[in-house]
Structures are given as structure tokens and as C-alpha cells.
Design a protein around this ligand. Structure first.
Ligand SMILES: [Zn+2]
Length: 320
């Protein structure tokens, strides 16, 4: 079996998949670990819970942050992990371990499910997740686009707006997630309140992104404007991605996208078509809201680890 482990700031989601890529077991455990040693201990424990006494063929580990192609973690800020976590785990687990970025793992899982459901193998695709921040991943010609340090695919930091004094968490300015991530939408909502917006309906003085989504669904013009601003920024980001790798499809996920499912995907497509550069020659890719499950990154990590182990046939050639 292949084991997939997705470690976030407060949980380890773990799956075991068989040789055909089917999930045969799941495990979910809360944790508070930080630092390489403590995080490795959590991951080893999760793998042991799933495998029992069965042999493990490979382990894939999904982490947020920047991960190089060789699995070296450039920055795993929220968990305070860095460097070659995979080798330490391989020694403890006695098997091959591959460490990957969580966005890349999620997209691998989404593409696998897409192929199972539709029979269509997509070799060029993008994932945009609108949650607290904006995450993402890109696959071009069947390969994860990760870049020199793993920075490629950090789509929340695509510079789609003119720079201002408002700094993004990445240190830059004008990033996509400053207008399309939950935290960024909350900042913009607070500014709207300062200039007189009263969301009403019992919403607190500091509206959250969830409050903004709910107000927009009620037809509140200010909240609708904030979400439309997010949609414009997403469309700009997708246009930039299109002239970079020209994906066949854009998968959209995350709590903001799902909360505003009735509004955002359609508005993004509206702005994408409205400003499309190559009208008559090409058409924009469809923007598909995807129900990314809580184990998606763990499943993707397991699949990526399996791909790496046997890169020859069928789906194994999809992402290596
Ligand atoms: Zn940024």
C-alpha cells in the first residue's frame, strides 16, 4: 500500500491507497506539533496507525509552504519545518518518502478523480483555492510546475494589482490573495465599514469574509462589489496563467469559493470572457468549482509518491 499524509497546522489527514490508487483506509488526528522532530513523530505515528503490520510501499507527505522538486522544504512556516524531512521519515518508516506541496498534492487528487469520473485525462490544469489565503497549483504537460525553490504555483501571490503600501503576508504587494483570500476580503470589508458600510443583519463591526459572502448572497451592493473585485482579480490571475501554460481547465476550491458558489465561479468566467485577449483564436478555460474533500491532499500525496516509485505506465506518467 501507499500511504498519504497531509499535515496542516492542527491536523494530520492520512490515507492508505492500494496499487490501483483506491483509498482503502483513512485516519484523522489533531496535533500541535512544530519543528522537524515533532512533526516527523506525528507523521510516523499516523502511518503506523494506518498500516498496522502491513508493508508500506511508499509514503507521500503533503505540507504547505515551498517544497523543492527533490522534496527539500524551503519554507514550511506554519509548522516550522525546513530541509530534508523526507530522509528522516524514510529512516524511521523504512520506505521511500516523498515530500510535496499541499497544492500540488490536491491538484493531483483532483485530476485523478476527474479522470475517473469523466474518462478525460487532463495534462494542463490549474487549481485555485480561495480560503483564508489563496493557494494553488499548476500542471503543464502532465508535470507539476514547481520551479527552482518550489515557489511556482503559489498562485495567491500572483501580482494582479498595482502595488500599494498594504503588504501581503509574502512581503510583496498587489497579490491576488489580498483581494480574493478570506483574510484580504476581511481587511477590505473593515475599510468599507470605516467609510460607512453597514452590513446589517446582525453582522459585527468587523465583518469576516464569510459575513461578506452571506451579505453578497442577500444582494448587498457593497458586499457584492467586494466579491466582484475578487472575481476580477481571479480572472486577471487566470489570464496570466493562460499565457504562461494555457490550462484546459481551472479547478476552483476553498471555503470562499464554496460559500459564494452561486456567485463567484460565474463572475470569474464573466470577467475572464470580457477581457479575453485572444478572442476568435482561443477561448478561456472553464472555471469549475470542485468539491475538494478533506483527504484530497493526503490522497494526492500518496499518488505522487506512487508515481515517483514507478514512473512508467498509465497514470504514473501524469505527474512526476
Ligand atoms: Zn503575496
Amino acid at each position: 500500500m501507499h500511504i498519504g499524509l497531509d499535515i496542516g497546522g492542527s491536523k494530520v489527514a492520512a490515507v492508505a491507497v492500494d496499487a490501483a490508487g483506491r483509498v482503502v483506509a483513512e485516519d484523522w488526528q489533531a496535533h500541535h506539533a512544530q519543528g522537524n522532530a515533532a512533526v516527523a513523530a506525528e507523521l510516523v505515528a499516523a502511518a503506523a496507525r494506518l498500516a498496522g503490520s502491513d508493508p508500506i510501499d511508499s509514503v507521500g507527505v503533503s505540507v504547505s509552504g515551498l517544497v523543492r522538486r527533490d522534496g527539500t522544504i524551503t519554507s514550511g512556516a506554519s509548522l516550522r519545518i525546513v530541509g530534508d524531512l523526507g530522509s528522516d521519515l524514510a529512516t524511521s518508516l523504512g520506505t521511500t518518502v516523498r515530500v510535496v506541496n499541499d497544492g500540488d498534492a490536491t491538484l493531483r487528487s483532483v485530476l485523478d478523480r476527474h479522470e475517473t469520473e469523466t474518462g478525460e485525462r487532463v495534462r494542463d490544469a490549474v487549481l485555485l483555492t480561495l480560503g483564508t489565503g489563496v493557494g494553488g497549483a499548476m500542471v503543464a504537460d502532465g508535470r507539476v510546475v514547481d520551479g527552482v525553490t518550489g515557489l511556482a504555483g503559489e498562485l495567491g501571490h500572483l501580482p494582479v494589482l498595482p502595488p500599494t503600501d498594504a503588504r501581503c503576508v509574502c512581503g510583496s504587494s498587489g497579490c491576488l490573495e489580498q483581494v480574493a483570500g478570506g483574510k484580504g476580503i476581511g481587511v477590505l470589508a473593515a475599510q468599507a465599514v470605516e467609510t460607512g458600510w453597514a452590513p446589517g443583519h446582525g453582522v459585527a463591526a468587523n465583518p469576516s469574509a464569510k459575513d461578506v459572502v452571506e451579505a453578497a448572497l442577500r444582494g448587498d451592493p457593497v458586499a457584492t462589489g467586494l466579491l466582484d473585485q475578487a472575481a476580477v482579480a481571479c480572472a486577471q490571475a487566470i489570464r496570466a496563467i493562460c499565457v504562461t501554460i494555457e490550462p484546459a481547465v481551472v479547478f476552483l476550491g476553498g471555503s470562499i469559493a464554496h460559500g459564494a458558489a452561486e456567485l463567484l465561479p460565474a463572475r470569474i468566467e464573466h470577467h475572464l470572457h470580457r477581457r479575453w485577449s485572444f478572442a476568435g483564436l482561443t477561448t478561456p478555460p472553464p472555471v469549475r468549482l470542485d468539491a475538494i474533500g478533506p483527504f484530497a491532499a493526503a490522497i494526492g500525496a500518496a499518488l505522487l509518491a506512487g508515481d515517483h516509485l514507478s514512473p512508467a505506465p498509465a497514470t504514473a506518467t501524469l505527474l512526476v
